[in-house]
Design a binder for this molecule. Sequence first.
Ligand SMILES: O=C(O)C1=C[C@@H](OP(=O)(O)O)[C@@H](O)[C@H](O)C1
Ligand SMILES: C=C(OP(=O)(O)O)C(=O)O
Length: 457
Amino acid sequence: MTDQRTSTAEHALWPAPTAPGAVEATVTVPGSKSVTNRALVLAALAAEPGRLRRPLRSRDTVLMADALRAMGTGIEETVPAPSDGTDTDGSRVTGEVWRVVPAPLRGPATVDVGNAGTVMRFLPPLATLADGPVRFDGDPRSYERPLHGVIGALRTLGARIEDDGRGALPLTVHGTGSLAGGPVEIDASSSSQFVSALLLSGPGFRQGVEVRHTGRTLPSLPHIRMTVEMLRAAGAQVDAPEDGGAANVWRVAPGTLLGRDLTIEPDLSNAQPFLAAALVTGGRVTIPDWPAHTTQPGDALREIFTAMGGSCELDERGLTLTGGGRILGIDINLSEVGELTPGIAAVAALAEGESVLRGIGHLRLHETDRLAALAKEINGLGGDVTETEDGLRIRPRPLHGGVFHTYDDHRLATAGAVLGLAVEGVQVENVATTGKTLPDFPGLWEGMLGAPAGARV
Ligand SMILES: O=C(O)C1=C[C@@H](OP(=O)(O)O)[C@@H](O)[C@H](O)C1
Ligand SMILES: C=C(OP(=O)(O)O)C(=O)O
């Protein structure tokens, strides 16, 4: 099951289009990966069927859905025809709907995690509730991504897990249909997903779960808040530090979850390259359905891209970013919103002044070593990027064309596209890797650039 598509030599090169002028468009962005994959896990644990409306259909979410199916969950997909916008219960539907029918979780089963952090971290806790062994395997990179916090914690909570001793994939969770649960300490400094993973399945453990993070730093806090909010919305009782609880301690009570009818928000991190296009070209891009309240880290783009020279307006049309004609450098700690780094680095490489991106050492263990990859690829186009201990220093220089390698990293590919707007001759290698979280990125991108001023893509 290991994905063999990681050799880059044979990948096609995509000539990243340069912007014909100021980009003016409205771009509808598909659903959030992080929300879709949490919603699927919670729906599989629920006591009754639920629905996801406008879920993201991408490699990471299809892997999650297939994994849950392999463990016995029913997931029925409805793609309404354009002419027929009603669901089976007569309700109005715009876009795809996935009906999730929970069932007792079963093994033996085999799960392909691909290179999806959400699948490799969120599902081993759930697999402890299956009534047999669940084998986890994935892309070569998945063997290198940290999982020790989840494995160690589950063992403390009573699970039997067979791995090769490295605390990483591949592994087998020997589910027994039930797990004691209770208090556990973990160091989640390498990935917030360790905490989210344990909390998401917590309601299904006999004693629930109490997770205490003992590490010095904890990245991606908004993603943990997303987990807490979504658990509560599904009826779970959760105590979290931001509600006056102890710092770095989360508690989930054992209990039954409700089947929800949930419309998935657009993926705000995937909105980033399109908003960046407005900033870089001095244009204007609107993203419809931008939520007024959200835990997605991409919401921070309003502030970040404003500091980098744009201006933002959130109203009934969505979020509109207008480029100001200048691109400013930024000195910023991105620890909470690490997944925005590649897109910010691309804009920073085109700015007037130096940028320093801090607090993101854990990105070395993402889809690829993102700090090394960004430095190498931007420098390959003539840039001046250096790695620091916990981030990047970016000194803008005139860039030239060349191949922008992507290392099977969707966000490297979209970063290359942003650079290509302003630099002739950038060729993004394996742009198809964007399919991890963003279906048909080249189509959306070219639609945005080719559209008549202000058109919807
Ligand atoms: O829980 C989630 O949905 C995510 C958490 C973050 O992971 P890390 O904390 O490992 O950075 C983020 O980077 C990833 O894209 C999605
Ligand atoms: C780090 C990311 O993904 P994953 O969920 O695989 O960790 C990402 O999407 O930027």
